[in-house]
Design a protein around this ligand. Sequence first.
Ligand code: GLY
Length: 312
Amino acid sequence: MIVVASSNGNVGIQASMDVLKSGGSALDAVEAGIRLVEANPDDHTVGYNGYPNLLGELELDASIMDGSTLETGAVAGMKDYVYSISVARKVMETLPHVLLVGDGAERFAAEMGFEIEPEMLTNEMKDFWEERLKRDMPDDVFDNIKDQPDLSRWVTLASDAEKAKSTVNFIVQDKDGNIASGVSTSGWAWKYPGRVGDSPIIGAGNYADNRYGACACTGMGEMAIRASTSHSLVFYLKMGLSLHEASTRTMQDLNDLQGRFISGMNLVALDQAGNHTGFTSQKGKTYIYQTDDMDTFVETEREFVAIKHRWG
Ligand code: GLY
């Protein structure tokens, strides 16, 4: 049994392993681990108290995938509910659909009995959002931001390198060999309202198939959507490549993307035999893992593959 996660999964990986050790499924373990990251007010890239969009609203994306059936559920642009991974799981288990967005996702969450959280941002986060926007934006624009006819011109703030694009990934293999994967994020800081990244897009930020393995991404979601990154890696495994070759090839595909906006990408992956890896285009990044014979998790460096940065 193994849990692999992005490094910000450190607050949830033990709970995830505990679920496995008490006989829970890979899906249960993915959900348990990610819920703790979503509730962590100090993680500003996932769940409660994440970085909001340009309008100061928190919009959450998440997905979960069952590698034993290829069933999946996802939500995107969901406000007012902390545990988007659990709502995503309910989508998978309750509906004939795989992805709910915005009002529909919120309505469904209420219907399923999830508790609404009226204050998804702390006052410190609201102040930080205001201070950050006002660094670039005249006060009169900020004061009328909800009615700005040209909000798109301010989306340049969303490329704020300090605060962009993190996310949490969990990939789990349970005692029966079943693999599940989950991803949750608040997306880019200061994004255009309604922007959806790769996390809830199956095949882009998340993919699991018991027969071959799983992959999940953090980084610039637009790139993972364009390259179908998570599915590509699993497909390369299916074609007989080793985990290392499949991951390297997947990163190279991202570097081959053309166009004006290319930035950083990171992935974690697990193959059906339980081998794991992490890759990044930013040197020094790490990921974590824990097997059932380990008392605690290990943090280890990801392998670096360069992706040429282009912006605008
Ligand atoms: N990878 C998360 C996002 O781009 O929203």
